[in-house]
Design a protein around this ligand. Structure first.
Ligand code: FMN
Length: 117
């Protein structure tokens, strides 16, 4: 998809079809996350793919912001694997996770899948 069109048309989807995503689409979205920049390329993100009725039911116990999406990806970060800024000890892993998430959201749009955002 053309990049200008992609970033213009991306929006936070709030209503979803009930089908879980196929593995092929999940793999493409994860790959986009893997290609995102992270501090020192330490890749501290850990992504949990929730793509079963059982795992989505657990998610619904944790947040109201699930919008009945049939598939979810939880982007976490391992602080122990973070790049640490020397002069003040700040960790980059939470910033890394956000950048990874943004890449994945744009990949969703590129696949014709609406991200919650
Ligand atoms: C840091 C951040 C926090 C957000 N928190 C919520 C939230 O708690 N609930 C929600 O429905 N949307 C949330 N959003 C989505 C924004 O409301 C949404 O991106 C914004 O209204 C712009 O709409 P668009 O994404 O469709 O362009 C959040 C977005 C960001 C970047």
């Amino acid at each position: 998809m053309d990049f200008e069109k992609l970033i213009t048309e991306r929006y936070s989807v709030r209503k979803f079809k009930p089908e879980h995503l196929p593995q092929e689409a999940i793999d493409k979205i994860l790959e986009a996350g893997h290609k995102a920049p992270t501090g020192c390329n330490y890749q501290p993100q850990r992504i949990l793919v929730l793509n079963t009725d059982e795992s989505i039911a657990k998610l619904k116990n944790c947040t109201k912001c699930h919008f009945n999406a049939p598939t979810a990806m939880l982007v976490c970060h391992n602080r122990k694997e973070s790049w640490i800024r020397k002069y003040d000890g700040a960790l980059s892993s939470s910033v890394d996770a956000v950048i990874v998430t943004t890449h994945m959201m744009l990949a969703c749009k590129n696949e014709g899948i609406g991200p919650v955002g």
